[in-house]
Structures are given as structure tokens and as C-alpha cells.
Design a protein around this ligand. Structure first.
Ligand code: GLA
Length: 408
């Protein structure tokens, strides 16, 4: 009987164990090169870009705000040598990756790299499936990354049909996870199979974060779709599990071209505020991909919002989620999101998904409260002893976000 009981306890706790590599205790924050020197997917990355951005993250306030990782995306690898070792692109990284990683470390950041679980990476920017993925080389690559000082690895899911057979993500991510752990170095693993196999239900065993859906582009269409996809996933995120990854943050817009660092925003400032607010409430990774060497005013306002970052990094409870609607606006339009945070407080977002503005009413009974104190997370205004409900105007695609506590 006792042994049966022990078995049950082990099976239950075993099932919720996360990839126990000691990292990822909070949602990761950082920069990834995806939309900086040129448009998203077309970024011409090279050593100079990565080092310049690293320097900028010190002077522009991002380091002080908590951004920690500098991640080199799908652009650095070139081919395998005769021993199967992965070789960086000589034109982009003439001295290899080590000096770049050392530079990243010297400024107080951790370095991240991209690879793919399949035969080839997704290879944007015209190099259509010619960059080798890690398939067949998981240990060899993990050892190389560890020896170079890499502390974060994104593992993508392109070219995963091998000799006509579709690879199994459970098996591949487990193998990659074991290979990384075997290096003895704590390396954050971000899996990216685009939510196809509901990774939020099982990936925590192998990875520290998992993409929950398709690529996020710098437009409202994909932003709103990704918000919807993640609305109910909050409980899967948290310490001892890992983090739902809705994909990169697009604040300020993708870059126009590879020559200068101008911005071509695909969304309005309101939409960038909404994106960041909900990513923070979801406890999502905050991985910025736009050109932070040249921060526009909306980038500074959003990316350095300490109050929202604090909500994001608060790991008291699981990730936030949608907890209800104000149905007077119509179906699925006026949404109420919440995340439990420290001291019994809650972060609240009133989100208007519609193309016209709406009054949104939050009944405090939805929070289990009668009277509340609230502080606006965007403008800092405070309101005390609100009773029963609050009604605010929320512009189209906008949010009003608060930190709230119950008045006893
Ligand atoms: C896939 C991923 C993206 C990006 C690219 C790189 O599309 O979903 O986030 O990493 O590959 O090529």
C-alpha cells in the first residue's frame, strides 16, 4: 500500500517537474536580432550589429531595467566541417562567435544562440534551408555552445521530416535538453515548435520556455491573434514549470533596411503598449527584436516601464490570463485580464480588442473583492477606496492596466 502510494506521489510530482537546470526562474528578458538590421526575417546580422546592440543596451537603460540576454538568431551558422563541427559564417563573424560572446559577457549580459532540431534551420533572408540544423549532432552542438560560453539556446522546428518521416517533438526536445544538461553548464532552453503539439502541457520537462503559436509579426493581425491564442494558458507558466512564449516583442517597429537604423513601425503606439502590457501579464519572455540602438519615444516608454516589468518578473503565482469580459461591448471584445502578484495584489488589464473605443466596466466581484486601491501602470495615477466596480474608456486596440489591492 505504502509503495503504491509512494509510486503515485512520484508519478504525480514527476509529471510536473520542469527541466531542472537551475535557470529560467523568471521569464527571460533580452534582445534578439530578428528585426534590427532590416525587416523581420531579413535582418542581416553580423558581429558588429550584435556588439553595437550590446553596448546600446547598457547606455539606453535596458540593462538597468533587467534585460539580460543578447541572442544571435538564425544567421550565424554556415556549414559543418569534416568532423561535423558547426562553423560560423566567416563573412558575418570573421573571428567566430567567441569574441562576440566575450563582448556580450563583458557588458554584463548572457549570450544566446539559435539552432534547429531538424536537418536545416528555417533560414530566412534568402538562404533557403541551407544552414545546417542540429539533427544528428545534438551533443556535439551542445558541447560547442557550452565551450563558447552560450547560456541560452533557441531550438526551432524546421526541416523535421527526415527521410520522409516526421520527427517526434517529444523525443527531439528531450534529447536536446539532455545534451545541453550533460554539458554541466546551466543553459536556458527555448523550444519553438509553434504550439503545434500543445507544448504548454509537456514541454516543461525539457525546456525553460516554449513557443505557443506561430511567428509574431509587426502588425496588429498577428498580435491580436497571438493574444487570443494565449488567453487561457497562464496556469501553465510559473516557477518550477517554465514560460509560455508568445514570441518576440515588436516595440517601435521593425527596421526599414540594413543601411541605417530607422524604424518602420507596423503598429500604432497604442498597439505597442497593449502588446507589452499583455506580454507582461502573461509572464511571457520579454525578448525585444527591434533596433534598440535608436530608441524612439514609444520604445523608451514601453521597454523601460519598470512597473510593468515588475509585474512580468513577479513569480508569486502562475502567469496571468483572461478572467472575464464586459459583455456590454459585444462578444469577445472587452476583455479583463489578471495576474496574481506579491502581497495578495493583482495586476489587471482592461483590453479592448475592437476597432472602436469602448467603456469597460470591471466588477470587483470578479476579483473576489469589494473595495480596492488601484494604481495605473502607464501613468502612475492612484485611486483609493473604489467600491463595487470601475468603468474606464479604453481606446481601440488599447489597454488600461493597473496594480490593485483589496481594501480590507
Ligand atoms: C522560425 C521561428 C522564428 C525564427 C525563424 C528563424 O520561423 O518561428 O521565430 O526563429 O524561424 O529562421
Amino acid at each position: 500500500m505504502l509503495s503504491n502510494l509512494l509510486f503515485v506521489v512520484f508519478a504525480v510530482t514527476g509529471a510536473v517537474f520542469a527541466n531542472n537546470n537551475g535557470v529560467g526562474l523568471k521569464p527571460p528578458m533580452g534582445w534578439d536580432m530578428w528585426c534590427t538590421n532590416g525587416r523581420c526575417e531579413r535582418d542581416y546580422c553580423d558581429a558588429k550589429e550584435v556588439m553595437d546592440v550590446t553596448d546600446a543596451m547598457v547606455t539606453n537603460g535596458m540593462k538597468d531595467a533587467g534585460y539580460e540576454y543578447v541572442i544571435i538568431s538564425d544567421c550565424w551558422a554556415d556549414h559543418r566541417d569534416e568532423n561535423g563541427n558547426i562553423v560560423p559564417d566567416k563573412d558575418r563573424f570573421p573571428d567566430g562567435l567567441v569574441p562576440v560572446i566575450q563582448h556580450i559577457n563583458s557588458k554584463g549580459f548572457k549570450a544566446g544562440l539559435y539552432t534547429d532540431a531538424g536537418m536545416y534551420t528555417c533560414s530566412p533572408g534568402g538562404r533557403n534551408h541551407t544552414i545546417p540544423g542540429s539533427y544528428g549532432h545534438y551533443e556535439q552542438d551542445a558541447n560547442a555552445y557550452a565551450s563558447w560560453g552560450v547560456e541560452y539556446v533557441k531550438v526551432d522546428w524546421c526541416s523535421t521530416k527526415v527521410n520522409g518521416t516526421q520527427l517526434d517533438p517529444h523525443k527531439q526536445y528531450q534529447e536536446m535538453s539532455e545534451a545541453l544538461n550533460k554539458t554541466g553548464k546551466p543553459i536556458f532552453l527555448n523550444s519553438c515548435e509553434w504550439g503545434i503539439d500543445k507544448p504548454w502541457e509537456w514541454m516543461h520537462q525539457y525546456a525553460n520556455s516554449w513557443r505557443t503559436g506561430p511567428d509574431h509579426h509587426d502588425d496588429w493581425k498577428t498580435t491580436s491573434k497571438i493574444i487570443e491564442l494565449n488567453a487561457d494558458l497562464g496556469d501553465y507558466a510559473g516557477v518550477g514549470k517554465g514560460w509560455n512564449d508568445p514570441d518576440f516583442i515588436m516595440t517601435g517597429g521593425q527596421s526599414c533596411n540594413t543601411v541605417d537604423s530607422s524604424h518602420c513601425p507596423g503598429m500604432t503606439d497604442t498597439e505597442y503598449r497593449t502588446e507589452f502590457t499583455l506580454w507582461c501579464l502573461m509572464s511571457a519572455p520579454l525578448l525585444v527584436v527591434t533596433d534598440v540602438r535608436n530608441m524612439t519615444s514609444i520604445m523608451k516608454e514601453v521597454l523601460l516601464n519598470k512597473d510593468l516589468i515588475e509585474i512580468n518578473q513577479d513569480t508569486t503565482g502562475p502567469g496571468g490570463k483572461r478572467i472575464g469580459f464586459d459583455k456590454t461591448c459585444g462578444e469577445n471584445v472587452c476583455q479583463i485580464w489578471a495576474k496574481n502578484i506579491t502581497n495578495g495584489e493583482k495586476a489587471i488589464a482592461l483590453y479592448n480588442a475592437d476597432s472602436v473605443s469602448h467603456n469597460i466596466t470591471l466588477e470587483f466581484s470578479l476579483l473576489g473583492w469589494k473595495m480596492v486601491n488601484i494604481r495605473n501602470l502607464w501613468d502612475g495615477t492612484k485611486y483609493y477606496n473604489f467600491t463595487e466596480s470601475v468603468t474606464v474608456v479604453v481606446e481601440s486596440h488599447g489597454v488600461q492596466a493597473y496594480r490593485a489591492s483589496a481594501v480590507q
